[in-house]
Design a protein around this ligand. Structure first.
Ligand SMILES: Cc1cc2nc3c(=O)[nH]c(=O)nc-3n(C[C@H](O)[C@H](O)[C@H](O)COP(=O)(O)OP(=O)(O)OC[C@H]3O[C@@H](n4cnc5c(N)ncnc54)[C@H](O)[C@@H]3O)c2cc1C
Length: 470
């Protein structure tokens, strides 16, 4: 169905309502500007009994779902009000200064423009608004406590955006107690209260630029109706690292597209001898042991159906494991890669290529080996490494060596990427170089990965971008 063109205009148009876009809209509106916030997705709402539909319905589908390049990397991003924060774990971490120093080597001009102190000082206001607090001991859960013992003195409770967490363990699938704080719960409503106008179900297809000056955006609503939103001052891009790059390329505007950086996530599951799933915060504990090496380990509670998918076996054996889902501990390793990927746009839409380097795969295998050993040391009955060419089920610590010795061939390890960074260039007003009034306000603008959970850094960068306009 299509109809009359939907029109609106304001000082600023913000594309995307995730960590970056929602924050930009909120702070632009707070400064008294008129703001239109455009979001392709809908307000997220879990309807099924375990909330699993939340994760399924609001995950972006399309050609960028899997990154090509030999490795199987599921690129997971949200398509909803709140963006990817709507089904995140709510973990907050401040950008380590050493990562900002890495960025200043990569892009000295960026670092001169966005000093570490500015990013860091914006965190106070964001943390207060999102109710960020440390996960209390009683919500670490057995899996978290096991991780804590395994990396004694080198593991720490996560800091999370929660209000009244009761340990339902369902952060990523719609907290039944409404405790998890995400951009759709906190920031978008605040932006609206401050006067921002939200248009949901509206996908921006093109950025309108005339004589190197941004005039607005054009696209189509989910019901087929075209829309055009005009800006007096600027368009802020908050469509995510892949989405913003793709939108620039679709609009025929300058975007390097080859600076994509991600954390790859490998998950290892184990059957513990005692129940370990509830009560627990979704991501309860992180090991700082590996942080300086660019890797974070977390004790994570997955939605039951996702945890079930990690279990090997058939028939009675599988049935037994499924019956004991509450004994399954899942630890994830989030690895900062050496590889860089590419976002491109062609006839079939957006394409992501992310060929890992051998050193990346070796690093992942080395971390998985250590996790496997740690799980056995903490009394795991079975460990399920999920690495092609290695036994599905390990039952003693000696078998872990097979992981360390694995070839690390492309595609051998199933991986996910939920933290994406664009590495796009920008000028001293955070604009796309050469285009007046086109501002990068999301993870697309970060020179490389944060090495830690990124939403806080993305939000603080968005505030820095706003400050250069109001
Ligand atoms: C399952 C999962 C768990 C996570 N857990 C955590 C966590 O615990 N802690 C943490 O720090 N980070 C977490 N992250 C990562 C974090 O959510 C993201 O890094 C962050 O939200 C990215 O912010 P962004 O603004 O760049 O993009 P997003 O938050 O992804 O927002 C982009 C928005 O733009 C919209 N959009 C895209 N294209 C268009 C278009 N053409 N027109 C209109 N709208 C468009 C999208 O629908 C989306 O709403 C998690 C991510 C996932 C997927």
């Amino acid at each position: 169905m299509s109809g009359a063109i939907l029109r609106d205009d304001a000082d600023f148009v913000v594309v995307g309502s995730g960590a970056g876009g929602a924050t930009a809209a909120r702070w632009l509106a707070a400064a008294g500007a008129s703001v239109i916030l455009v979001e392709e997705g809908d307000w997220p709402q879990a309807t099924g009994p375990d909330g699993y539909d939340l994760a399924v319905r609001y995950i972006r589908k399309g050609t960028s779902t899997f990154a090509r390049g030999g490795d199987s990397i599921a690129m997971i991003a949200g398509k909803a009000v709140g963006g990817s924060t709507a089904f995140g774990y709510g973990v907050f971490a401040r950008l380590p200064e050493r990562i900002w120093s890495d960025w200043s080597q990569l892009d000295p001009a960026w670092a001169r423009r966005i000093p570490f102190a500015e990013l860091d000082s914006a965190c106070d206001a964001i943390e207060a608004e999102w109710s960020v607090q440390r996960t209390p001991r009683e919500l670490l859960g057995t899996a978290g406590s096991v991780l804590s013992r395994a990396f004694a003195g080198r593991a720490d409770a996560t800091w999370r955006a929660v209000s009244g967490c009761q340990g339902a363990g369902r952060c990523a699938t719609g907290c039944p107690n409404n405790a998890l704080q995400s951009a759709d719960k906190v920031v978008v409503p605040l932006a609206q209260k401050l006067g921002a106008r939200l248009h949901t179900h509206c996908r921006v297809d093109k950025i309108l630029v005339k004589a190197q000056r941004t005039e607005g955006v054009r696209g189509r609503c989910a019901d087929g109706r075209p829309f055009e939103f005009r800006c007096k001052k600027a368009v802020f891009l908050g469509a995510g690292a892949v989405g913003t790059t793709a939108l620039l390329l679709r609009s025929g505007l300058p975007a390097q597209g080859h600076g994509l950086h991600v954390h790859v996530l490998a998950t290892i599951a184990a059957r513990m001898r005692a129940p370990c799933s509830r009560p627990v915060a979704g991501t309860s504990l992180q090991s700082l042991a590996f942080r300086n090496e660019g890797t974070e380990i977390s004790a994570t509670v997955l939605p039951e159906r996702a945890a079930a998918a990690l279990l090997p076996g058939v028939g009675h054996t599988l049935e037994q494991r499924l019956a004991n889902l509450d004994h399954i501990a899942t630890w994830t390793a989030s690895v900062r890669t050496h590889a860089r990927g590419t976002v491109s746009h062609g006839l079939l839409g957006t394409r992501v290529d992310y060929p890992l380097q051998v050193v990346d795969r070796k690093r992942i295998l080395s971390v998985l080996t250590q996790l496997c050993q740690a799980l056995f040391a903490q009394g795991a009955a079975e460990v399920f490494p999920q690495v092609a060419g290695i036994d599905d089920v390990l039952t003693n610590p000696e078998q872990c060596q097979a992981l360390a010795g694995a070839a690390g061939n492309p595609g051998q390890i199933p991986l996910q990427a939920i933290h994406h960074f664009g590495g796009l260039h920008s000028d001293d007003r955070c604009q796309v170089p050469g285009i007046t009034g086109l501002v990068l306000a999301d993870a697309s603008a970060l020179p490389a990965s944060t090495g830690v959970a990124p939403q806080l850094t993305i939000a603080s960068y968005a505030i820095a971008a706003v400050k250069r306009w109001v």
